[in-house]
Ligand binder design. Sequence first.
Ligand code: ADP
Ligand code: ZN
Ligand code: ZN
Length: 756
Amino acid sequence: MLPKYADIIIDISHEAIDRTFQYKVPEHLNGCIGIGTQVSIPFGRGNHLRSGYIVGFSDNPLFDEEKIKEIDSVKEGGVAANSELIAMAAYIKEQYGSTMSNALKTVMPIKEKVKGLINRQIRLVIPIDEVEEKLVIYQKKNAKAKYRLLSELVEESILPYNLVVGKLNISTATLTAMKKEGVIAIEEETYYRDVLPSDYDGIEGKQLGVVPNEEQQAVISRIVTDYQDGNRGTYLLKGVTGSGKTLVYIEVIKKIVEMGKQAIVLIPEIALTYQTVKRFRHCFGNKVTIMNSRLSKGERYDQFEKAKRGEVSVMIGPRSALFTPFPNLGIIVMDEEHEATYKSDYPPKYHAREVAIWRAKQCNACVLLGSATPSVESYYHAIKGEYQLLELTKRANENAKMADVQIVDLREELKSGNRSIFSNYLKEKIGDRLNAGQQTMLFINRRGYAGFISCRSCGHVFKCPHCDVSLTEHFKGTTKEKLVCHYCGYETVNPKLCPECGSPFIAGFGIGTQKVEEMVKKEFPAARVLRMDMDTTKQKDAHEKILSAFANGEADILVGTQMIVKGHDFSNVTLVGMIAADLTLFDNDYKSGERTFDLLTQAAGRAGRGSLPGEVVIQTYNPEHYCIQTAAKQDYQSFYMEEKAYRSMLKYPPFCHVLAVFMEHENYEVLVNCCNKLKGQFDIWNQQLEQKVMVIGPCDATITKVNDKYRRVIYLKQVDYEKLVWMKNQTEQWNETNEQFKQIRMTFDFDPMHSY
Ligand code: ADP
Ligand code: ZN
Ligand code: ZN
């Protein structure tokens, strides 16, 4: 029986209408609607048609039945959000704070149907023994085009439409005529856009014929046995760099797919798609596909459809691939689970790991997290037994030994008069590699000419007029091209003279990838250098091009940002140099130590992947810092112990949860005023709690202004996450009822990955 009323979420991202509205379900929609259907409904005084999603049904009116409006129609071309996705959106909204509409947008990357691609072909429909007769007729009538097509169709009874109208030069009028005569049929079939080049199939893969070693097999059996026994859990696979975690993922997924289930494989960034897909293709062929923001709308829609129908079994992609609408999800794998990219940087600021675990629970799937350097949070959960800890302690390739690591104290270099960005030690090592025909990777955790630019005479710093940050120099070749703001995109020509004192001595400080590339070319003029960073990888296939060029030995040295340290597997790289390891160490947030340790360990893991031994050189101004010491020894355990002590003392995750309430407004006075009011409210709400929430601030954000908007932040801390959710809910209600707060842009960030 048809329910009388539907609860609908209006598709406008505005908090004031971020609730469900009740509508009547008209008779004629019987049978065509369900939870998740996108519908058109009259809304507001003007009854303009808006779109919305049905999120529930009921038989009782919530208010005067006369006043309840009727659903207009099912939205043409709308994609139904299935109820699992709606539940996920509701969970995300509650846990991370955002509008329901934004939460729905997050879980549904595609909202509109995109027309399928059409493959047209011409088919011969008369029996072959009638063809001769027909040809004679065409000849008599001098119907040359018809004759031409028919004689081709005798050879091959189906021809591609494009070939017929193109190469054979048959007009559409002729085709229509022959169709009328009943000689041919014009057939159309829709097909999915393929997003993986077909040459993936032919690639000779490293994984081909590789048998898991003992350690790998133990891990695989453990997960598969649990799965077969009906035990579902979250596993943390801690495996040193090069231990062969990917093979474990593949073998586990193979078993689970054999049971008729599907798998989602999350990777930290799009740049890693190519190499991951390559390995999975060998095992799963065209049952693997990818989903990411670089695909066109149509491509994404098609992958979404294939997944929904279970026509593919493995989906590989970044964070958002988590929302793949598989009908029978069996496992979610999260590679490099410690990566910050798994946290969304716009609202709702959800963490894919937490949402993955939640989704898996809903559909009885398991979760496999993998990393050489697990996040402190995950490792803590594993130690406590909430996740199951599995380990790979050896490199899979028996010849590949862990690299030898040297720390170079840059302060000593400076004392001895070396002002170059390369220590003498590193310079010597690079030279050795060039002579031996081996490759080097140089890593710097900045892009462009990071740092700031200032006047050497008066100290004036060139800042963005819209943001409270200094501008960055960008170069074209070796000539200074412009100054750019990395926050808002503002650009200005490179100044010749200081606007304050007129001095011509203007210079950039700090180093970036461009500068390193330039210095390498100066020091080693014969070396072939490639650079990989945000600026060189803007085009669609740029990542793959640079990486495969390097893999093919087209360059001796690859200079790059953190992009080059993840996952790539180059057997001829025997030296990895870290230009300045401390650049990320003092970012002034609780994650900066962990981030530095991860980057250094992962980067060190790039060296010596093949049979040649590897060396790593870490240049630093802080050689005694525990993050650098433990990373040099590739000693996760010691790092974890130090980091744990620090976090528990200062009450940071995983020992305490943090909620950043971040606020922006053009007018500083208004902003300060609102922040103080909200702080007052927190104190009032706190009185209702037995265990108080710690309130820190309000204070200015580290960057006080971006895009002409001032920024302030209040931090809340509590051991119990739910108390923070409660504070967030109180705040949301408060915002709705206070006019002044409606102008403030407020975002919630639970357990933020960086400071504000
Ligand atoms: P990780 O992701 O753990 O750093 P990878 O999955 O990239 O490691 O594997 C490192 C290398 O070891 C790859 O070249 C892979 O093909 C190879 N490898 C993995 N497992 C085996 C195995 N059982 N025998 C031989 N080589 C293996
Ligand atoms: Zn000056
Ligand atoms: Zn700016």
